[in-house]
Design a protein around this ligand. Structure first.
Ligand code: HEC
Length: 403
């Protein structure tokens, strides 16, 4: 495994030296110095800036706090750019929504104005953040870090390896006005540098373009890579998973709803259940469509217990209380939007058999809708128990007091 990587590395070195990429010429780029501690490097930065050097730089393996002052760094201008692009995002979003919602595609939503600020805030906020964030990153890379650039003479030096691992480094570039090689070497030594080196420019800085990253061949390679990646992704997501044996259940014989079928004579793929089928866990209701006088032989199958009572209350509160009120007094919350139902405390309702109430819940009564689809059988019986308790609570007699 490692042998393989070593072979590749050797090959790259071979190609590079053939092209002369690694070779450096005699033109000095900078003097570099390594220091051992953060204190040393802060002292070095202080000395360099107060000696009047302009083209110097400090490299540390991690951000060293308090470096701005000794280097006399001004506050970054990046914030202004971020603010500018953030505002651009805000304005773009508002203008976009204003035009789309107000003119291009007017949509009446609950009688609200076509354009208004509150519903536009999320999109505006997001576009603000998006433009501010994305452009800040690009600006940092392009304007401040001067990327893409892969031939900075500092790259591929022992100096860079050390300052990105465990040393603190300072360089003074050769095109600084005050540059004097021997003096700077002496200065670094007097500051306690453990190692001072000369860094020369790459030969290919003049040989090829200044930014080899824009080299035609390189761009072509990138483009080809993108093309291949896209093709492989397309193939694996759209073709490969539908090939046996990966197609698993996605490709099987089936009929989809609302489609035609050549199998059945009438051409419909959707079939009615065979006559006489009954749903699972649910017996067909045998008194459907009959008057409630006929249902008196049914009795409540549930015992009177705390659980049943609780279930009944929950179900009643959900399904019945919107119309009948929490206590069955007919004081509907839907007041005025639906005819108020009668009280459940009338003599008529109190003298009803359990079965009759069950019948009304199951099949409805006049304008009251049926609830058999929403409420399972036993829960309907639980409601009946709860209604009985409600009725008793409103019409208690002396006998109830003793229980
Ligand atoms: C959408 C409103 C609405 C809901 C919800 C509703 N009801 Fe009714 N209910 C009515 C109306 C209106 C009547 C009167 C029907 C009529 O004119 O016969 C009624 C009548 C009744 C009656 C007969 C009363 C009588 O004196 O004839 C009972 C019992 C009853 N409801 C129980 C329930 C139960 C139990 C629930 C919950 C599962 C429920 N209702 C849910 C509107 C509703």
């Amino acid at each position: 495994m490692f042998g393989f990587f070593k072979k590749i590395k050797n090959k790259i070195t071979e190609i590079n030296s053939d092209l002369g990429i690694d070779e450096r010429n005699q033109e000095l780029f900078a003097v570099s110095a390594l220091f051992d501690t953060p204190d040393d490097i802060i002292k070095a930065a202080k000395t360099l800036s107060s000696s009047g050097f302009k083209k110097y730089d400090i490299h540390t393996p991690y951000p060293v706090h308090g470096m701005d002052d000794p280097m006399k760094l001004k506050p970054s201008k990046l914030g202004f750019f971020t603010f500018f692009f953030g505002s651009l995002g805000t304005l773009t979003a508002i203008a976009m929504i204003f035009y789309m919602a107000g003119f291009d595609y007017k949509n009446i939503i609950g009688g609200k104005p076509f354009f208004s600020l509150p519903p536009s805030i999320p999109v505006t906020f997001e576009l603000t953040i998006l433009l501010a964030g994305a452009f800040t990153v690009f600006l940092v890379l392009i304007l401040f870090n001067k990327l893409p650039l892969n031939n900075n003479p500092l790259l591929d030096t022992e100096y860079m390896k050390r300052v990105s691992s465990d040393k603190f480094g300072a360089i003074v570039e050769a095109d600084d006005e005050l540059f004097n090689k021997d003096e700077i070497i002496r200065l670094f030594k007097s500051l306690g540098s453990s190692e001072v080196n000369l860094i020369y420019k790459f030969k290919h800085n003049e040989l090829t373009t200044e930014r080899p990253i824009f080299d035609f061949k390189f761009i072509t390679l990138l483009f080809l890579l993108a093309l291949i990646t896209a093709a492989v992704t397309y193939f694996s997501l759209n073709k490969l998973i539908y090939l046996p044996p990966f197609n698993w259940m996605s490709e099987q014989f089936k009929v989809k709803p609302q489609t035609q079928s050549t199998f059945f004579e009438d051409g419909y793929s959707m079939r009615n259940p065979i006559e006489g089928s009954i749903p699972r866990n649910e017996l067909p209701y045998e008194y459907r469509g009959l008057p409630d006088s006929l249902v008196k032989y049914m009795s409540n199958p549930l015992p009177v217990s705390k659980e049943v009572f609780e279930k009944g209350k929950t179900m009643y509160d959900i399904y019945c209380s919107p119309c009948h009120g929490y206590y069955g007094k007919g004081d509907s919350r839907l007041n005025g939007q639906f005819p108020n139902p009668p009280s459940l405390h009338t003599d008529r309702a109190r003298l009803m058999k359990d079965a009759a109430i069950y019948h009304i819940i199951t099949t409805g009564q006049n304008i009251m809708p049926a609830y058999d689809k929403q409420i399972p059988q036993l829960n309907r019986w639980a409601i009946v128990h709860y209604i009985r308790a409600l009725q008793r609570s409103q019409n208690a007699n002396d006998g109830d007091m003793n229980k």
